[in-house]
Design a protein around this ligand. Sequence first.
Ligand code: TYM
Length: 328
Amino acid sequence: MKRMLSGIKPTGQLHLGNYIGALSKFVEYQDEYEVIAFIANLHTITVYQEPKELQKNLKDCVALYLACGLDPNKTTIFLQTDVMEHAQLGFILCCNTYMGELNRMTQYKDKIAKDEKNISCGIFTYPTLMSADILIYDADFVPVGEDQKQHVELCRDVAIRFNNKFGNTFKVPEPLIPKVGARIMSLSDPTKKMSKSDETNKGCVYLLDNLKTARKKIMSAVTDSIGIVQYDPENQPGISNLMQIMSSLSDKSFEEITKEYEGKGYGDFKKDVANVVCDTLEKIQADYNEIINSNKIQEALDIGTKKAKEMASKKLNEVQIKVGIEIK
Ligand code: TYM
């Protein structure tokens, strides 16, 4: 069975972009692949997080993994910090990655462009820790949204270089980017990615938003004056984004959506998108409410951590011997 690995960084509440671009795919794949879906909590502290809030977000993130349909008996779920081998391999890979490569990472460049003074070393080396997360499990595939593709490509380069230098050690993984929904855009500014750090809070639908709020955000989504529901991201980014959301959550193709709304106004379309989104959130939230105060969270983490540790410690040991930092 091929192995798939991915993670989410709970720097805030998970949103519809995380669900469509990543989490819903982990759920889809768990019957066909061996899925490892962890919580990237070390990655969160590359930017300061209020500790109490972070703890809440971590717990919510595990609960949402389960509420969205991940089954801990099929999918390995754990916190990155509970498998310390990630950080150790991260350092080893840091020593096998060039500054020039990290300097080219778009996310890093964007952060620098916004706030050069407050950039931590952690943000700069973040992709090497991400490479360790992936390579330590010999993952075949890494299902992620479009914004993480460059990091997975770097991971491939690092793996190939390491294998050439120290002998075949790591599987070289493939990024798996969904055809539809790989980049859900902000509802208030459809030229920007929907993101946890949405300052206005209007462009991002959180999985735990109350349904009235979520509906309002969709109904107020920025569109255009063309008046035709069609997929044209360049000229109609707002409508195209709503089509991506509808298509991902309903399995209708863009052609089917365009046909269905021929001659109808954007209001009707938005109302239906809001219905599809609210149906999805309602189901997730019902399960989340049942899980959040139960022992299901700890049970899932106990099963997942044990499995992950076994795999990770074996790989780290092999790496350390190859690099020569262990006495054999
Ligand atoms: P993070 O937490 O920013 O995002 C988690 C996943 O959600 C996807 N995503 C989106 N997809 C579609 N539209 C959007 N607007 C959108 N926003 C986010 C991301 O592409 C990602 O798949 N570095 C990673 C976490 C990580 C990781 C890993 C992932 C750490 N180690 C190893 C894979 C493998 C991150 O910050 O994702």
